[in-house]
Design a protein around this ligand. Structure first.
Ligand SMILES: O=c1ccn([C@@H]2O[C@H](COP(=O)(O)OP(=O)(O)O[C@H]3OC[C@@H](O)[C@H](O)[C@H]3O)[C@@H](O)[C@H]2O)c(=O)[nH]1
Length: 230
């Protein structure tokens, strides 16, 4: 995971010194966390972990690929809020950390409306970085191995710049995530925002749509259809 919390010595401005309160036991247990895309496959598991760790969690999601069903056990909980919100519109909430997962991850869904996909990646990430700057929150972006494109070196180190097609049918996601990573580092260098980037890929597990279209769910769905329907 790429992370920057102001330790760049070059042009980066040092991040604003967090209040010592941030590290107090009271603050840690009362931390307010925004999870965009929290009704999705990975986001809903993250919400489970944050809630079990006694955080205050706000989920913003437009339910394009996610479902309230993934969060049903938390609805009504005093430390949980669920907002139907599209991150391509600004969102003003007082939070201490932002986990930005809102984006369709399945090729079937992100190719369905490629312009919306790149808007979510670019404008959505801009909106979340603007919020992080406004409230002094640390922000994590879930990125992807697609930023390496069709890599020319194997295995890829995190320092590899990638070999990406800028005009293909998957570019809305691949290039969208690359721009999102660029924005993360530019907000860090220009405004000292504390950032984290996690390049997550080939994930699978409970709450993943069986016809998600990603590699592992494809293998499993094909195997099940062969066993039961051939
Ligand atoms: O415009 C959008 C698109 C999608 N979303 C939401 O974002 C969530 C995405 O969840 P998905 O289950 O589709 O995707 P995953 O949880 O598997 O992947 C997530 O983590 C890994 C990242 O690389 C993906 O970009 C991110 O979507 C869904 O709840 C969806 O409704 C928005 O809130 N706004």
């Amino acid at each position: 995971m790429a992370q920057s919390n102001g330790d760049h010595s070059s042009a980066a401005k040092p991040p604003p010194t967090p209040s010592p309160l941030r590290f107090s036991k009271f603050f840690q247990s009362n931390m307010r966390i925004l999870v965009t895309g929290g009704a999705g496959f990975i986001g809903s598991h993250l919400v489970d972990k944050l809630m079990e760790n006694e955080k205050n969690v706000i989920v913003a999601d437009n339910y394009f690929t996610g479902s309230k069903d993934n969060l049903k056990k938390w609805i009504g909980h005093p430390r949980f809020e669920l907002i139907r919100h599209d991150v391509t519109e600004p969102l003003l909430v007082e939070v201490d950390q932002i986990y930005h997962l809102a984006c369709p991850a399945s090729p079937i869904f992100y190719k369905y409306n490629p312009v919306k996909t790149i808007k979510t990646n670019v404008i959505g990430t801009l909106n979340m970085l603007g919020l992080a700057k406004r409230v002094g929150a640390r922000i994590l972006l879930t990125s992807t191995s697609e930023v390496y494109g069709d890599p020319l070196i194997h295995p890829q180190e995190e320092s590899y710049w990638g070999n990406v097609n800028p005009i293909g049918v998957r570019s809305c996601y691949d290039e969208g995530k690359r721009v999102a990573e660029t924005l993360m580092f530019d907000y860090h260098r220009q405004h000292g925002i504390e950032i984290r980037i996690a390049r997550i890929f080939n994930t699978y597990g409970p709450r993943m749509n069986i016809d998600d279209g990603r590699v592992v769910s494809n293998f499993i769905a094909q195997a099940l259809r062969w066993v039961y329907f051939s």
